[in-house]
Design a protein around this ligand. Structure first.
Ligand code: ADP
Length: 734
């Protein structure tokens, strides 16, 4: 069946086409949004964490730098205080008071020196004094042009550095000089601006570092303190900051230490670089001696613990991958689901259509069955009734059915047309049909409690068509009681008419014979001879008329007379017809006809009517031969459809022109070649009626080699499919 597209199924299919991609797109959008949100919040959490870590680290670094500078200052002040206790401060004292600095682990500190102020005119005296106090090789080297000189008298190297040469004039450095002056003025420790240490000025530029000095004034501890000199702690900025920051920031922070000079400028004291890249920057200010220093820290957040990780990238990639997979999965599932739904919808629609169609057909069949005037019964291979239409029940007069064929005769009351003989099971059309045989016009009487008078029915039986899907048989039957009554009346009427018409003819013939006899005794004369010829013509005409009455009677009865079918042995019947047609042969007759009769089967037919057919065809074969030529007739049988035989009567006569062949079975049609041969043109019309009433067919063709070959089909007798009996085996007569 061609698949019909149900409109609902088409809509579902159209929608289904978009469901998969839409759902997949939704899932992707949601998945990507969630992924981006998670990544965003992870990133901001990381940022917050980085800021927090950075703040902590910066605070720690600031505290470290601030504490260190404070410690330097305090230590230096302590050393200065120690030095001030001795008014005759000498080299031994210096070594004693500065000894603790050796172990104080002062990062970046390279030396501590005791510096005294000397006016330009006091240089020689000062040199002598300090040589006497322990600085034996002291050689003061004043910086020219300085209004006051600040000579380094004693010096101690710190932290692996080298002691600054004694006798150096600090006045050569304006930064250090300013710090010295400020410390003396305020009596407090100061810190200098940054500068290149005097001792470093001879180094290559790359090795020079910005440095600074802590300066603590040395006063005597009297009520009115007397200024003695300064303790000066020299520091290399880079080493100081590097040392402090690397410890405090665990190598994670860059640092830049800026000092605010006396003139308000910010100058770089030192810079420490942990990493090249920095994305977080902080600034912290703290006091160092009399100055404000600023620590600028920077860090690459990637190196701050917990501040940066690959987690967001992993989450992003994982989220995208998961989203894509989920989208693909949803797409496949949605597509599969909508496809399956569509298939179910289509299948359901087809099923509904098929169901409606089969209901319609069942309804139609039911209506046809209910409306049929003929009875219809259908049985399965076992003889169980599958169907009996209302007409069948009405005709049989029995409501219930029996499944066993052996009980049919008694149950329905089935008899042969004689009304007495129970109908044999073997000959029942349904039973024959179950054996694969077709049968037509089988007559039987139905007589039972409901039909006490009995009805005559005519039954056709057929094997069930293959399209039924199961083996079985179908019988169609109708009531022919009235028809038979009419046919009987008709035959009675025909008989009466024939008798009444033929009786006067017989009387005429009788009188003719009597008159002829009397004339035979009269003397010969021309009148007598004329009268005798007239009487002969009257007799011939009466005979012809009697013959025509017989033909017309046969023509009528062939149409309406009841078919009284029985098993007929075809061979003896043909023999009998040939015998009747040959007639007694007289001396002087020419050569007689030549017959060949092949093996012939038993057929199921009305014997009188079948005889009429054979007689007509054989009669024509004998009649339509060229004058003076002996006739040759072959009667044979050939295979036809199952249950049927095909009888052929062939001659070597004058043949039938092709133009006439289509019409010769019509009433009163005679071929133009029949001129000169007696006939009415009704014989073949009667044959056709009889053959067709038996359900067969009749036809004509040229006989190969000359002449005509007629054929007709007849149903074979039940259970007698043999082709010929021994008695009728091939005969040839002359
Ligand atoms: P009838 O023989 O009385 O004329 P039929 O009906 O028997 O009528 O035949 C019709 C016509 O068919 C015949 O007139 C004849 O022309 C032709 N015909 C029938 N049988 C033969 C035959 N065996 N050979 C030649 N022609 C035939």
């Amino acid at each position: 069946m061609k698949r019909r597209d149900d409109p609902a199924a088409a809509v579902v299919r159209r929608r289904g086409r978009f469901v998969g991609p839409l759902l997949a797109a939704n899932v992707m959008v949601i998945g990507l949004t969630v992924t981006l949100l998670v990544v965003g919040s992870l990133r901001s959490a990381q940022q917050a964490n980085a800021d927090r870590v950075m703040d902590q680290r910066t605070a720690v670094a600031r505290a470290a730098v601030s504490a260190e500078t404070g410690r330097y200052r305090t230590l230096l002040q302590a050393v200065a205080a120690g030095a001030g206790t001795n008014t005759r401060f000498d080299g031994t004292d210096f070594r004693a008071v500065t000894a603790p600095l050796d172990t104080a682990d002062l990062l970046g500190a390279i030396s501590v020196a005791y510096v005294v102020a000397t006016p330009p005119d006091g240089i020689a005296g000062a040199q002598a004094t300090w040589r006497a106090r322990g600085s034996t090789g002291l050689n003061l080297r004043p910086h020219s042009g300085a209004p006051e000189h600040y000579f380094s008298i004693f010096s101690r190297a710190l932290h692996g550095g080298t002691p600054s040469p004694s006798g150096l004039d600090v006045a050569a450095s304006s930064e250090a000089t300013a710090a010295l002056i400020e410390a003396r003025r305020t009596g407090q420790a100061t810190v200098s601006d940054t500068y290149i240490l005097l001792r470093d000025r001879g180094l290559p530029p790359r090795q020079q570092q910005l440095s600074f000095v802590f300066v603590a004034p040395v006063f005597t501890p009297a009520t009115t303190p007397v200024f003695q000199g300064w303790m000066v702690l020299g520091l290399r900025g880079q080493d100081f900051l590097g040392g402090v920051l690397s410890t405090a920031s665990q190598n994670q922070l860059d640092g830049e230490l800026l000092a605010t000079n006396g003139d308000g400028r910010r100058v770089r004291v030192a810079a420490y670089t942990a990493h090249d890249r920095r994305d977080l920057v902080r600034e912290a200010t703290f006091p160092v001696a009399d100055r404000q220093w600023t620590l600028v820290t920077g860090a690459d957040s990637a190196y701050l613990p917990g501040a940066r990780s690959n987690l967001p990238a992993i989450v992003l990639l994982g989220g995208i991958a998961l989203t894509l997979m989920l989208g693909a999965l949803v797409h496949v599932l949605a597509n599969g689901r909508s496809k399956a739904r569509w298939q179910v919808q289509v299948a359901t629609a087809e099923l509904r259509t098929a169901e409606a169609e089969s209901r319609r057909q069942a309804g139609l069949l039911g209506a046809i069955m209910a409306g049929l005037g003929d009875g219809v019964g259908v049985v399965d291979a076992n003889g169980e009734f599958l169907l009996h239409n209302p007409a069948a029940k009405a005709l049989l007069g029995v409501d219930d059915d029996v499944g066993n064929p052996a009980e049919w005769q008694e149950h329905y009351g089935l008899f042969r047309p004689d009304g007495r003989t129970p109908f044999p099971l073997d000959e029942m059309p349904l039973v024959r049909a179950l054996r694969g045989e077709s049968s037509d016009g089988v007559e039987m009487i139905v007589r039972n409690a409901e039909r006490p008078d009995g009805i005559l029915i005519s039954v056709d039986g057929r094997p069930l068509d293959e399209s039924a899907g199961q083996p079985g048989a179908v019988a169609v039957f109708h009531d022919i009681t009235e028809l038979r009554r009419y046919e009987t009346d008709l035959s009675v009427f025909a008989g009466v008419v024939a008798h009444d018409l033929k009786a006067p003819l017989a009387v005429v013939r009788g009188h003719c014979e009597t008159a002829a006899d009397e004339l035979a005794e009269a003397p010969d004369s021309a009148e007598v001879a004329g009268a005798v010829r007239a009487l002969e013509r009257i007799t011939l005409a009466a005979d012809r008329m009697a013959g025509q009455i017989d033909t017309l009677l046969a023509y009528t009865t062939s149409k309406d007379a009841p078919l009284r079918r029985e098993t007929v042995a075809l061979g003896p019947l043909v023999d009998d017809v040939i015998l009747g047609r040959s007639g007694p042969r007289r001396p002087g007759d020419g050569p007689g006809p030549d017959f060949y009769v092949g093996p012939l089967p038993d057929v199921y037919a009305d014997p009188a009517m079948l005889r009429h057919v054979l007689d007509n065809l054989i009669g024509n074969a004998l009649k339509y031969v060229p004058k003076g030529k002996p006739a040759r007739v072959d009667v044979t049988v050939a295979q036809a459809a199952p249950g049927w035989c095909r009888v052929e009567i062939a001659d070597r006569g004058i043949g039938i022109p092709d133009d006439d062949k289509p019409d010769i079975f019509e009433s009163f049609h005679r071929a133009r070649t029949a001129a000169g041969y007696a006939g009415t043109g009704l014989g073949l019309a009667i044959c056709r009626r009889i053959v067709e009433r038996h359900g067969g067919q009749i036809g004509v063709a040229d006989n190969p080699g000359g002449g005509t070959r007629f054929h007709f089909t007849m149903p074979l007798a039940a259970g007698a499919l043999r082709i010929a009996s021994p008695a009728t085996a091939a005969v040839a007569r002359t």
